[in-house]
Design a binder for this molecule. Sequence first.
Ligand code: URA
Length: 237
Amino acid sequence: MELEKIIHSQGFGSRKECRALIRAGVVSVDNRPVGDPKRDFATDGLAFAVDGERWQYRERAYLMMNKPAGYECSRQPQCHPAIYTLLPWPLVRRGVQSVGRLDQDSCGLLLFSDDGKFIHRWSSGKKRVPKLYRAWLDEDVGSEIVGRLLDGVRLHDEPEPFSAVDCRIRDPRVLEVTVTEGRYHLVKRMIAAAGGHVARLQRLRIGGLWLPQDLPEGEWRWLDEVALAALAAAPAD
Ligand code: URA
């Protein structure tokens, strides 16, 4: 593929902007500057740098972030900065989107991609992907709350009850809840309907993929083959 096309596909601007970058001498391939925008390269495993920053060619982008509270999962945020401000601009420019959403005040595992099929696969409620949340409540959790969440609770404006597929008390005020649906404020509303109030919510797992313990809040990383396989695997404790 022509270098100009490659750089464009990776989010570094329009074809014209990418051509100008290459002609300006700021693009290198395998550590050597390349000034010809039309030069062909095999994309498989291609490593390049723009303005000294190293990148790997990826036909599609798959990544995960440890979302901090205080960011909106929207490109047009209302009151808080967009989650996209925490990603490098070429990823945003190439159209990476969050896979579903977390509330502004929720934190934890959030996936991103520019692959429409992947986004649909992991965000569609019909696929019943299990998602595990840790909820910190205002008061000690009684076992009756767990029972209600497992049996199913009625939510305003929803014809059918919603139930957790798993629910465990981890600490007197900490509950871990697994749900397979996606709805606005679902976990907070379910816990409220069961008689609790969530003060803080963190997503720990999607499918079989855990939030890595060594991924600090606000940071992201690529989903490699191992992480993608874990995502698709049945969740294990
Ligand atoms: N449920 C909620 O209530 N909030 C989230 O951010 C995610 C699930």
